[in-house]
Design a binder for this molecule. Structure first.
Ligand SMILES: Nc1ncnc2c1ncn2[C@@H]1O[C@H](COP(=O)(O)OP(=O)(O)OP(=O)(O)O)[C@@H](O)[C@H]1O
Length: 729
């Protein structure tokens, strides 16, 4: 049983005493529900943390839970009690009817709040920080998502999941050299391992939160975590812009600038900051904040709307990029061909696809960066657990106990992704009632949403309601290996879709991949290496494989669209015939080489078969004749162009020594002239050799042509004879 601070109201650690109502929020590792505590009929909030997704030292969880239950401040959300239900930890807290500032902004204030409201929110938050810091704690996750509002306008800072005790020593002190929190809000010194940090890290996050409340989003929030990390370390600190943010006062801008100083030593303490003129003028929250939610639907409706939005975005993210590409192209075509398109709509759709593809990359990067991050910083996202502990209600024992808030390592962004994925899985997954209890549990989220006293019956017998105070024995009763197995099981249950997504993303064509050419010479790229195949082409269907030469941006360019025969008059040669031609382009040198085996020693089988009817043979031979004459022309053209181009090239490339300009250096001029002559001679002999080679090819082609003519003549003679014979008969 837990008590409400030092006051008399108590809360039992028994899940059957709580009726879960609708979902009111969700985060990386937890889902929060509105609930009724039946013994007193009081509305509370219950945060259900999935223990399988938290990978922490359970002793730390217990210590942290004990410590957190001792925190008591009007601007801090404290836990009434906590207990384990199935594989979840339930944390019972006061219900904050208007949810988080982040939710509120997403719902109705996408461009941020007015300065008056911001002033009140920040002042209350700063009071909470001042208290925490005085108690020796660092919150480490100050952000709009963790600032909760009640309908009377009161403001409370929540989620101590990543908080740490400044008085920690030894291992726990060292652990403050780890990466904890959400990158956008994290101070430079937190992002640089080894630097060490203190409560001033919260002041930086507080400054970022101020910008978040002012603009509706945190600076750099569109970028992937690793980029945010680098930008925070390398760039000048973000701030309110004197031109763009004209609507904000000088004192607000000044206060933000004080918080966002890179050198932590130069940042003010919470105690000092609260004395700033910006806060002196701040209005009481009940005056300035109530009107923010005056005309809004209840929190549960807002949360549902946001979930739908998130789900739609996720669905788009899951769409393989090829489909997105197709969608994008079809949208483009539809828009362009209809001529009645709404430009704004098109732009929005295009940007949606674009953004989303960027986000998909981001997602991928997040996954990668998380593993990188985890390698650098063993603790990524940490969460808070709180326990009710009847025997530890000493209000002042926080620092004295020396037990700092533990760090509870949880799954990273991937977990976040899975969480969103798991939304579909329903309430039972989130509340520790997974096995065969879905119907009842789901019913609890619909309609009037009340799960009257069903929680107990929903528990599987074997592990039913391990409720009671959060003590090591209880938590540890799930042995670590069991939890690891559980974690694996969970991963395998939920991950396939996430994994599939990632696989799909990986298998999707790389838009920045190399330029792939079809397996034949492209006449306008004489020096380009020809790749007969490529990974990229493998992912395409055969038809597009044959034609695809480049994919860039959102639209693929196919060879159909390209004039491949710009420089040399190959356009008359049919593609197929040029492919089968004995003349092919050498990939390495760009020379035309002659496959004499194919052309001379292996006369066409069809042609050698004199029994074949002339009507079949004739078009074939005509075609060959046509090809051969084209090839003859081609060789002559090529020869001519080579003879001139090579000399010009050689001079331009500086292979030949320049002729001396003055008569002063006669000796050196003579040497240069000799050298030049020598090089020219070599060039001439090279050209001669090439010419001989080409002449050989030409002769071979001529020979082939004569052979074909002979075959043609004999075939037509035979046919004539046959016709005559038939006539005679
Ligand atoms: N006591 C409460 N009353 C009302 N809403 C709450 C309460 N606690 C949490 N919420 C809502 O639930 C959301 C998620 O809660 P919380 O931040 O504790 O989860 P989390 O998993 O730690 O998330 P994150 O990792 O994003 O911080 C909050 O942003 C808020 O909207």
């Amino acid at each position: 049983m837990g008590m409400m601070g030092g006051r008399q109201r108590t809360y039992t650690a028994n899940s059957t005493d709580y009726k879960l109502l609708e979902e009111i929020g969700y985060g990386a590792s937890a889902t929060v529900f509105r609930a009724i505590y039946t013994p007193s009929n009081e509305v509370v909030a219950i945060k259900c943390l999935d223990l399988d997704r938290c990978n922490s030292n359970l002793d730390d969880i217990r210590r942290e839970a004990q410590t957190m239950s001792l925190i008591d401040h009007p601007n801090l959300v404290r836990a009434y009690c906590s207990f384990v239900v199935e594989r979840n930890l339930w944390v019972v807290m006061p219900f904050m009817a208007e949810g988080s500032c982040l939710h509120l902004m997403k719902t109705a204030y996408t461009d941020g709040f007015e300065e008056v409201a911001i002033g009140s929110i920040l002042k209350e938050t700063l009071k909470a920080l001042e208290y925490l810091h005085r108690q020796g704690h660092i919150h480490r996750d100050v952000k709009a998502g963790n600032i909760l509002l009640d309908s009377n306008g009161s403001v409370k800072l929540a989620d101590f999941g990543v908080s740490a005790c400044m008085f920690d020593t030894g291992d726990r002190q060292r652990s403050r050299n780890t990466f904890v929190g959400t990158p956008c809000w994290m101070a430079p010194e937190v992002l640089q391992p080894g630097t060490g940090y203190n409560s001033k890290a919260d002041i930086w996050s507080f400054g970022i939160t101020a910008l978040e409340l002012a603009h509706g989003h945190a600076p750099f929030s569109k970028y992937p975590p690793m980029k945010v990390l680098l930008m925070t370390i390398q760039n000048a600190p973000p701030g309110l812009d004197y031109d763009r943010d004209k609507r904000f006062s000088k004192s607000f801008k000044e206060m933000v600038a004080m918080c966002l100083v890179k050198d932590q030593a130069k940042r003010p303490t919470a105690e000092k900051l609260i004395k700033h003129s910006f806060f002196k003028n701040a209005k009481p929250p009940e005056v300035s904040l109530k009107k923010l939610f005056a005309n809004l639907p209840p929190l549960s409706h807002r949360v549902k709307d946001l979930q739908l939005k998130d789900a739609a975005q996720l669905a788009l993210k899951k769409m393989p990029s090829a489909e997105q590409e197709a969608l994008s192209q079809s949208e483009y075509q539809r828009g362009v061909s209809a001529w009645n398109f709404d430009v704004e709509d098109l732009k929005a759709q295009a940007s949606l696809v674009n953004d989303d593809m960027a986000e998909m990359k981001e997602e991928e990067e997040n996954i990668n960066s998380c593993s990188v991050k985890d390698a650098f910083y063993p603790r990524s996202i940490l969460r808070n657990f709180n326990s009710c502990n009847e025997s530890s209600q000493d209000e002042h024992g926080v620092g004295a106990s020396g037990q700092g808030l533990s760090q509870v390592e949880c799954l990273n962004k991937r977990g976040n992704f899975v969480e969103s994925d798991a939304l579909k899985a329903g309430l039972q997954e989130k509340t520790g009632k997974r096995n065969g209890t879905s119907t009842e549990a789901e019913a609890s989220t619909s309609g009037q949403d009340i799960v009257q006293g069903k929680t107990k019956t929903q528990m599987p017998k074997g592990r039913q309601t391990q409720s009671g105070p959060l003590l090591p024995g209880i938590v540890l009763s799930h042995s670590l290996s069991e939890r690891v197995r559980g974690s694996e099981r969970f991963d395998s249950e939920i991950q396939p879709s996430a994994e599939k997504n990632r696989r799909e993303a990986r298998q999707a064509p790389s838009f920045s991949g190399p330029l792939m050419l079809p397996n034949r010479a492209s006449a306008n790229s004489l020096s380009a290496p020809i790749k007969p195949s490529g990974g990229f082409r493998d992912s395409m269907d055969d038809k597009s494989k044959a034609n695809l030469v480049q994919i860039k941006g959102r639209f693929s360019v196919t060879s159909e669209n390209l004039d491949l025969v710009k420089d040399i008059p190959l356009s008359t040669v049919s593609r197929r015939s040029s492919q089968n031609s004995p003349l092919r382009k050498s990939a390495s040198v760009g020379d035309w080489i002659f496959d004499s085996k194919q052309s001379v020693s292996q006369p066409p089988k069809d042609a050698s078969n004199t029994n074949m009817s002339t009507s079949v043979l004739l078009p074939h031979l005509q075609n060959l004749f046509h090809q051969t004459s084209i090839q003859q022309d081609l060789i002559v053209n090529l020869l001519n162009s080579l003879q001139t181009a090579d000399v010009v090239d050689a001079t331009q490339n500086g292979k030949l020594p320049p002729l001396p300009r003055s008569s002063e250096n006669n000796g050196s001029a003579e040497t240069a002239a000799v050298e030049r002559e020598r090089l020219l001679l070599r060039k001439v002999s090279e050209l001669q050799a090439r010419m001989t080679h080409l002449t050989y090819e030409l002769t071979a082609e001529k020979l082939k042509y004569i052979q074909l003519q002979e075959q043609f003549n004999s075939a037509s003679g035979q046919e004539e004879n046959e016709i005559k014979r038939e006539e005679n008969v």
